[in-house]
Design a protein around this ligand. Structure first.
Ligand SMILES: Cc1cc2nc3c(=O)[nH]c(=O)nc-3n(C[C@H](O)[C@H](O)[C@H](O)COP(=O)(O)OP(=O)(O)OC[C@H]3O[C@@H](n4cnc5c(N)ncnc54)[C@H](O)[C@@H]3O)c2cc1C
Length: 570
């Protein structure tokens, strides 16, 4: 369905059971939950889907080792179970990630952890090997019945430095354990939305549609692309606007103070020496100020972060030069001999964690758990608001399930199915083992004219949804892009036609990782815009506006240095 058809359908049938405001991972997860129970929900986002915190994560699908020292045992247990479920249900995008922790002393942090355990919050302190041992043992204990990944191990200083000669020589040992990472979070979020609509075609999700105000039974929406207005009458409103929750509640006439967001920034670094030093693993380490930071290989680059700074208005969140310097310095503490400079940063991004409002003395001590606050109907607005507070990428399914149960109870509807074992998007029938992959690729090769490497690339990018791509690609003459031969013209056409692209920035930032890995040039933007123009019905002027806007956005918001030709490597 095209965007204007969805809007038309919303105008024709404004009475809906549930309006979900916010198309991040929590809104999208709930949308799928409700669709599968036969509830024709409507999902709106003021920007693109997955353009808030859900696009700004560390890309970890993890139990949350650090949360143990805050005593968040329930959350860690749930996160580990959900991590293992995502490894199974989204194997195309979620994969195991061996993780090494460099340790600089044996016993620090035990007293602070003990205080936290007893509920007396203490500031983060240096975490020594014994504390990490306790945490990792608990990790293994929680997952002992599932044995999806190997247990943790410790390596002596001598052996660690022999394996990683560039590691800081001051270590006393290293610990290695397994978590997971997600390659294309924004795509997985979109797949949830598409899956929901396959399950229940009367569900409607629309991006660039802002919830502005409410009165009586009506919520008033504004199309942020055209400026047009729309009104709908939901029985229940779910406020899944993450760090914007209090702003949205205020717009809906309810003043709340539920969120105390903290912004976090990440860098994408193009530095071969650093990439090699990682040896294909994540390095999970503590910075001088006690903050836990991470770095790991990401599509030929290094993803590193993050910061944790209170912020009031999420629309103002941006990765500052100071944050960039902080992250680079933290890496130098781990790999002092790696030559690293600001010039190596090809992309930087920032998002706001929708953490609960808290009086904790440091941001690291604020709970990472989630909960749903129900704000009852009043004389002014005649529907309840369900506000989704917190919620990690990792735990979205469990959180969505818990909220869906509350919504279903209010609507008087029985749950029909659960999402425990339901694959997501291109994770359906995904060939995980090498022989299965080869067989999958061979079958597609036999059916058409694409070579093995190309089919493999598409399988890695889109999971088994690549079958639909392959069919589309082969239906007509296709050519690689002139300015990035990794993608083809018909591949871009497919994305623009079937994946809710409304702006050029959606394509380069969230449907592909072209921007994130620093592969955007101005000629490439012009080429991409030229391909999607007929699909999005833009005039020549509109196309130029989109190109100019995207260039500004990439430069100002993501710190990209756009060149007129391919980016020169150092
Ligand atoms: C720096 C950082 C690192 C993180 N790392 C990890 C990690 O490694 N692993 C992990 O599991 N989790 C991680 N998280 C947490 C996780 O990313 C977030 O908790 C999660 O994405 C929140 O999703 P959400 O849907 O609640 O919010 P968001 O993704 O922010 O979605 C809210 C949406 O609401 C929309 N919106 C706002 N106002 C309106 C309105 N009036 N009308 C319509 N739409 C509106 C916004 O445009 C936005 O798209 C990290 C978060 C951050 C910020």
């Amino acid at each position: 369905m095209k965007r204007h058809d969805i809007i038309q359908a919303m105008r024709e049938k404004p009475d809906i059971p549930v309006l979900i405001i916010g198309g991040g991972i929590n809104g999208a997860g709930l949308y799928r939950e409700l669709a599968l129970q036969g509830v024709a929900a409507c999902l709106v986002d003021k920007g693109d889907f997955m353009s808030g915190a859900s696009a700004a994560s560390s890309h970890m699908i993890h139990g949350g080792l650090r949360y143990l020292e805050n005593g968040e045992f329930r959350l860690v247990k749930e996160s580990l179970a959900e991590r293992n479920r995502l490894l199974k249900n989204a194997p195309h995008y979620v994969q195991p990630l061996p993780t090494t922790i460099p340790l600089f002393n044996w016993s620090s942090g035990l007293i602070a952890a003990g205080f936290n355990f007893l509920g007396r919050r203490s500031k983060p302190s240096n975490r020594g090997a014994l504390l990490i041992k306790a945490g990792l043992s608990m990790y293994d204990f929680y997952t002992r019945k599932q044995s999806v990944m190997p247990e943790h191990s410790f390596t002596s200083r001598h052996k660690s430095l022999a394996a990683r000669p560039l590691l800081n020589k001051k270590i006393v040992c290293t610990a290695t354990y397994y978590d997971a990472w997600i390659s294309y979070p924004e795509r997985l979020g979109l797949e949830l939305i598409l899956d929901a609509e396959t399950a229940h075609p009367n569900c409607k999700a629309i991006n660039y549609m802002r919830a502005d105000r409410a009165n009586g039974h009506t919520v008033y929406l504004t199309d942020t692309l055209s400026g047009e207005h729309l009104s709908i009458q939901p029985q229940i409103v779910v406020n899944a606007t993450g760090a914007w929750i209090d702003f949205t509640n205020a717009a809906l006439t309810r003043d709340t103070q539920l969120i105390g967001g903290t912004k976090g920034s990440h860098l994408i670094i193009d530095n071969d020496e650093l990439l090699t030093a990682l040896k294909g693993q994540m390095i999970y380490f503590e910075n001088a100020d006690g903050r836990v930071c991470i770095m790991f290989p990401y599509q030929g680059r290094v993803l590193a972060g993050s910061t944790d700074i209170h912020i009031k208005n999420p629309d103002e969140a941006i990765c500052t030069p100071e944050e960039m310097a902080y992250i680079l310095e933290s890496i130098r503490n781990v790999f002092p001999e790696v030559r690293l400079s600001e010039q190596d940063v090809v992309f930087r991004y920032c998002g706001v964690r929708p953490l609960p409002h808290s009086k904790a003395s440091t941001t690291g001590q604020i709970s990472r758990d989630h909960n749903c606050e129900i704000i009852p109907a009043t004389g002014v607005i005649k529907f309840p608001i369900y506000a989704l507070i917190g919620g990690k990428w990792t735990t979205f399914r469990a959180f969505s399930e818990q909220v869906a149960d509350k919504v279903l109870a209010q609507l008087g509807i029985q749950r029909q199915t659960d999402t425990y074992d339901i694959p997501i998007g291109g994770g359906l029938n995904y060939p995980v083992t090498d022989p299965d992959r080869q067989a999958w690729i061979k079958t597609r090769q036999a059916d058409g004219n694409l070579d093995q490497t190309r089919i493999e690339t598409l399988l890695n990018r889109y999971g088994t949804r690549s079958a639909a791509f392959i069919e589309y690609l082969q239906a007509q003459q296709d050519t690689p892009l002139e300015h990035n031969a990794d993608y083809s013209r018909r591949e871009i056409e497919f994305i623009a036609t079937y994946e809710r692209v409304s702006r050029l920035s959606d394509l380069v930032l969230r449907r592909t990782s072209l921007a994130m890995i620093g592969n955007i040039t101005i000629p490439l933007l012009q080429e991409l815009a030229g391909i999607i123009v007929p699909i999005l019905d833009w005039s020549d002027d509109e196309m130029q506006v989109e190109i100019d806007r995207t260039i500004q956005l990439l430069k100002q918001h993501y710190g990209m240095k756009l060149k007129t030709e391919e980016r020169e490597r150092n």
